[in-house]
Design a protein around this ligand. Structure first.
Ligand SMILES: C[S@@+](CC[C@H](N)C(=O)[O-])C[C@H]1O[C@@H](n2cnc3c(N)ncnc32)[C@H](O)[C@@H]1O
Length: 300
């Protein structure tokens, strides 16, 4: 982790950014995303710090716009929104400002992040699990967004993660997630070799403490992601924006259509029953006529 030797993160710049954006600007010393930004900006902590807060605000506004565009059915006034793989509140700290009516919850695998988000940023939080099957949270969210999470998921975990997030969505709810698509491949991860399904990975990540069995750099082309969505029962694609995030990551929006499926199933059963009833009636009518004819033909 980088050392903030000049105390930039707690100096006048922190107060100035807080004033400018109206959000807490505290950064956790364990925040590996901030560490990665300092690396990206070649050790320039000031630029990394401004980017962290400024881009967090921009992303919070983008999330709000996307959630509104793909609004959960019924357009709830106070939607319950989950920020899955929230990190240390880079985006979440801006939500109370940009979407004050939302009931927002941040969820991450890092216990320190969950504690930081709760204690320092005052956010609702949930601790995640590295195994998608171990997430035991029922359908309670109108919308879930996962920024830069599926860009780190192993091939065999892609559908299980879609399924796990789907299980947390209310009927009609939306899941919005970003992926490393062809543009990310060309500009950020050119060394990755793609397989015939449109998936490729690099066994590295910026989250140094997470097992590479679960968290790596992944590149996923559209056919791979669309197939994964199609393989997840109860999800339907409702939006796709190429290169919409940070100029290279693709964004997918999917809806929980499970209840719609149930309605469809009920409709099919009802129409089947109607048909059976009609057939039974016709059979009974036919039988009745046969009986009447037989009675009429009865001698004496
Ligand atoms: C690239 S960071 C993105 C953070 C945040 N979404 C943002 O845009 O600032 C990826 C995040 O995924 C989290 N993560 C990794 N595996 C996870 C899991 N199984 N459940 C929840 N979060 C996870 C990491 O702890 C990290 O905070």
């Amino acid at each position: 982790m980088f050392k903030d030797e000049r105390g930039v993160l707690s100096g006048p710049m922190a107060a100035a950014l807080q004033q400018e954006f109206g959000v807490p600007t505290k950064i956790s010393p364990d925040d590996m995303l901030m560490n990665a930004l300092v690396w990206v900006f070649k050790g320039d902590v000031e630029t990394a710090f401004r980017n962290y807060i400024e881009d967090g605000r921009r992303n919070a506004l983008m999330v709000k716009e996307a959630v509104e565009q793909y609004a959960p059915r019924g357009k709830p006034k106070r939607p319950h929104v989950l920020d899955f793989a929230s990190g240390y509140g880079r985006v979440g700290r801006h939500i109370p400002v940009v979407a004050p009516r939302w009931r927002y919850t941040a969820m991450d695998i890092h216990r320190q992040a969950v504690t930081f988000n709760k204690d320092e940023l005052g956010l609702q939080t949930i601790l995640s699990h590295q195994e998608p099957d171990q997430i035991r949270i029922g359908p309670r969210f109108h919308a879930i967004f996962a920024l830069s999470f599926f860009s780190h998921v192993r091939k065999e975990h892609f559908v299980p993660w879609l399924e796990a997030l789907h299980r947390m969505l209310l009927p009609g709810g939306v899941l919005i997630f970003t992926t490393h698509g062809p543009e990310s491949h060309a500009t950020a991860l050119p060394q990755v070799t793609m397989d015939e399904d449109g998936y490729g990975m690099l066994e590295e990540s910026e989250q140094h403490d997470l097992s590479k069995d679960y968290y790596i750099h992944a590149v996923t082309y559209q056919p791979f992601v669309l197939k994964a969505i199609a393989a997840t029962a109860g999800l339907r694609l409702i939006g796709l924006r190429e290169k919409a995030w940070w100029g290279h990551q693709d964004m997918y929006a999917v809806r929980n259509i499970a209840p719609a499926r149930e309605v469809e199933t009920k409709r099919i059963i009802a129409s089947g029953l109607r048909q059976v009833r009609t057939e039974v009636k016709e059979t009974a009518r036919g039988a009745l006529q046969t009986i009447k004819r037989a009675v009429r033909r009865r001698p004496g």
